[in-house]
Design a protein around this ligand. Structure first.
Ligand SMILES: [Ca+2]
Ligand SMILES: [Ca+2]
Length: 100
């Protein structure tokens, strides 16, 4: 598995807040650290542990979306879509700002 920090791909490394579900709370953590070098792996939203929270981590979060069925409120798919849209929009704006 060259190129991958294998230890980081243990169970639920994409569960940023460690509550056992991959849901809007984790997406919010990712969005809050968007494009930052958090340096603390999945707990900061850097799910692939490459040092930066970016679109790769967003893809991992989306691929492992698992909000659960009981207990805490299950967010609507629209909530996830809005969070992702906001994150991607912020990314696009920052990229545009860098090019100018
Ligand atoms: Ca979680
Ligand atoms: Ca990352």
């Amino acid at each position: 598995m060259l190129g991958y920090p294998t230890c980081a791909w243990a169970d639920r490394v994409w569960d940023a807040d460690g509550d056992g579900f991959v849901n809007a709370a984790d997406a919010a953590i990712l969005a809050g650290n968007w494009l930052k070098g958090v340096g603390n792996g999945a707990s900061g939203g850097d799910f692939n542990v490459d040092g930066t929270v970016d679109d790769l981590d967003l893809a991992i979060l989306a691929a492992n979306w698992s909000p659960g069925t009981g207990g805490a409120a299950v967010p609507e798919p629209g909530t996830m879509a809005l969070l992702l849209l906001g994150a991607v929009g912020t990314y696009a704006i920052r990229r545009r700002g860098r090019q100018e």
